[in-house]
Ligand binder design. Structure first.
Ligand SMILES: Nc1nc(=O)c2c([nH]1)NC[C@@H]1CN(c3ccc(C(=O)N[C@@H](CCC(=O)O)C(=O)O)cc3)C=[N+]21
Length: 322
């Protein structure tokens, strides 16, 4: 028997796949691989338009990324943020400070950037070395330049659904992926796994807010949650932000669920060129066949995070002196 929707199984590659790439799944369903790379490109196209509008007003958005120490993964992120800024024609300042930088020195850098009118967004790469009090640094950033959305003022604005604030880039990117992939969040049971200030908590607030990409029924699960697989199996949408490689297995996922994989874990891969590979918080090979849609790693949430950082920087510029 031949069903027209049964397309030949494709190599389950992850990478530059389009959002409508479909892989045949069991029970004659089609599984969508949601391409963060493709959606991020769309967001960046919108950014280019906004940048052109600002240029007419003589304005150019500027982003400062501050990195303390020499963690290789952090350096890679900072480099790709800097590169994306340059691609778009944004003003980009990259501050790479030694691991021994003191709290006072770092605060002085933040103060300088707060006062710099060419800088609209400031990001201090997380996590900083142990001797740095990250909460104090975050509070020192001018909330109007806090494009990470970590400052208490911006956390409050998100909770209050005040759209003048900045929402953390990763949850914002996840929400945009859901909206762009045509996945209805209104009334959906969403389980967010992870309660971090960077992803889990703001993700939950966004999903329960009123409007497009919101109106969901949100459950936040974490390391102390009882019977996590049973809780996750209730979910129409799972957002996995645990920070443990391939933690979410087939037993966590209801047939036909949508899975957003926020994890970016470097795991050893002997014999490969780099000596490591990136895996998500989801065991992709066993989970994907059960899903209606899923994001890959790499090429999923990661590129969206950077695109939303650009979008937040543009918003900061638009709001500056407005
Ligand atoms: N203050 C602060 N803000 C952040 O937004 C922030 C941070 N600190 N600390 C670290 C995390 C991590 N993060 C990533 C962003 C993009 C990719 C990304 O583009 N990943 C590519 C792959 C990149 C590769 O190949 O290494 C992908 O998933 O396809 C990854 C990770 C931002 N972070």
């Amino acid at each position: 028997m031949f069903f027209p929707w049964e397309k030949p199984r494709r190599e389950q590659e992850t990478g530059n796949l389009l959002a409508d790439t479909r892989i045949r799944a069991p029970f004659h369903r089609l599984m969508t691989l949601i391409s963060g790379t493709a959606v991020a490109e769309k967001v960046l196209e919108e950014c280019r338009r906004d940048i052109a509008e600002l240029a007419k007003l003589g304005k150019k958005p500027g982003l400062a990324v501050v990195l303390v120490g020499d963690d290789p993964a952090s350096r890679a992120y900072v480099r790709s943020k800097d590169k994306k800024c340059r691609d778009l024609g944004l003003h980009s300042v990259k501050l790479e400070l030694p691991a021994e930088t003191t709290q006072e020195e770092l605060l002085a850098h933040v103060e300088t950037l707060n006062r710099d009118p060419a800088i609209h967004g400031i990001l201090v790469q997380s996590p900083p070395p142990k001797h740095i009090d990250e909460a104090a640094i975050v509070r020192a950033i001018d909330p109007a330049k806090d494009v990470d959305g970590f400052h208490p003022i911006n956390v409050a604005k998100l909770a209050l659904e005040d759209s003048s604030g900045f929402v953390p880039c990763t949850p914002l990117g996840c929400q945009r992926l859901l909206v762009d992939a045509g996945i209805e969040t209104k009334g959906a049971n969403v389980v967010v796994v992870g309660r971090s200030m960077i992803v889990g908590k703001p993700m939950a607030l966004l999903l329960m807010a009123k409007g497009v990409g919101g109106d969901a029924t949100v459950t936040v699960a974490h390391s102390r949650t009882k019977d996590l697989p049973a809780i996750c199996r209730q979910a129409d949408i799972i957002v996995a932000a645990i920070g443990r490689p391939e933690f979410i297995k087939a037993e966590h996922v209801k047939e036909g669920a949508v899975v957003i994989d926020v994890g970016i874990n470097r795991v050893e891969a002997p014999g490969t060129e780099k000596g490591y590979k990136l895996v998500g918080d989801v065991a992709f090979a066993e989970v994907a066949p059960k899903c209606r849609a899923i994001t890959p790693v790499p090429g999923g949430v990661g590129p969206m995070t950077i695109a939303m950082l650009m979008a937040n920087t543009i918003k900061a510029c638009q709001q500056a002196g407005a």
